[in-house]
Design a protein around this ligand. Sequence first.
Ligand code: ZN
Length: 450
Amino acid sequence: MFKRYLLLGAFFLPFVSHAQEIVNRDPEIERYVKAISADSMKASVEKLVSFGSRHTMSSVTDATKGIGAARRWTLSKFQSYAKNSGGRLTAELQSWTLKPDGRRIDKEHEIANVVATLKGTDPADDRVFVISAHIDSRAFDIMNRDIDSPGANDDASGVATALELARVMAQAKFPATLVFLIVSGEEQGLYGADYYAQQAVDKKWNLEAILNNDTMGSSAGSETSVIDNTRLRVFSEGLPAYQTAEQAATIRSIGAENDGKTRQLARYMKEVGERYVENLEVVLIYRNDRFQRGGDHTPFVNRGFAAVRITEMNENFDHQHQDIHTEKGKEYGDLIKFMDFEYLRKNAGVNLATLANLAKAPQMPQEVKIEVKGSANYAKLNWKAPKSGKVKGYYVLMRETYQPFWQKKFFVTDTSVTLPYSRDSYFFAVQSITEGGNESLPVIPLPTGR
Ligand SMILES: [Zn+2]
C-alpha cells in the first residue's frame, strides 16, 4: 500500500542509525559562491563611507557628499554589472517625496530606493526573490544629518553584499527574477522598505522571499572579547503578523504556529546556506527582530510576505549609531576598521546560495493536502504540480512536532505518497525539486477529507 520512496539527507531520528550526510551542491551555485570577493566588498564599503553622511535627510544634490551621491554611485555600480547581463539586469532610482511626520522627518525631502532587477528567463514564472539592505546611516543624534556617519557595518555591509551578488550573478540565467533592493529611510522609520512593500501589494508582485541584510559584517561583539566569525543570525517571525481570523483558526487547529512561511524561509536558508558555505553556522532566531529594534523586513512581514532579517551573531554597540570619538581610551563609531570582511564574504555566500537555489527551483507544489478522514497511523499526502518549472520530483519533509528543524526527507516522483508515520505525531511539508536538486520553499499540507 505504500508508495515507493527513498530516504535522503541528514537523519537524526533514533530509528535510523546507518545513514550518512550527503552534501549535494549545484556546481553553478558553488561557482558563484566561490566568486564572492571580500576585497570587492571592502572596496564598496570604503566608497560608501567616503560620502561622509548618508543620513536620509542629508544632501541629495551634492556631487561627492551625502545620500544622493551615495545612491547615484550605487546605481552606477549596478549599471556597470548590467553590461555583462545580456540586457537582463537593469537598475533604476525610484524616488518620491517624504513629508514631515512629526518624528524623524522634520521637513519635506526627496527620498529614493536603488532597485536592480535580474529578470527571470521563464515568462511563465512570476516569482521574485529579493535581497535588501539600507543605504542610509546615522550618528548618535538621529536628526543630525551634517556630522559624519560612516555606517560601515550598519548598513554598508548589506549594500556591499547586494552589490557583490549582482556582480557575481549578472550573467546567470535563472527562471525566476531576483531583485537587489537598496532602500533609504530605514533609520527614520523604514520608509524605503515600506514604499517598496506597498508597491508589491498594489502591483500584485509575487514576492516569495525577502532577505533583509542589516549589520552583518563585524565579528567582534561588545561586552565580550570573543570573536565569532562562524555564526550568523537569521531572525524570523513565528505567527504571521498578517492573518485573517480564519487563517489563525487553521494555525491553531493544525499546530502550525512554528511553520509560518517566514519560518520556512529561515529553515531553508539554514539548510542551503550551510550546504555551500564552509565553517559557518546559520543560527535561527525564532523571533521577528531584536528587542526594541526594527528592520526593513518588517514592512514586508506586516503585509504577509516571507521576510527574514540577517544580522551578525554579536552586535557591537560601540560601533553602531555612535559619533566618531574616543572616550576613556575607547573608540566609538561605525568604522571600516572594526569590520571583518572574511566574515562578510561568508555571510554574502549564505545569501547568494539561498537566492540562487530559490531562483533555479521550480515553483512550490500547489494544493498540498494531508488526508485526515477516519483514523489511521500513517500519513497520506497529495499535491499538484507547480505552476511553472521542470520537476524531477518532490521532497516530503518530516519532523517530530517538538523539533525545530526538518529531520527526514523522502524523495517521490509522484504527486502523492503514503508514509508509515502517524499523521498525528509528525509535521510534514512538500518541496518541488529540479533535476539538479534545487528545492522550492516547502509547503505545509492542509487537512482534507474532514
Ligand atoms: Zn541598520
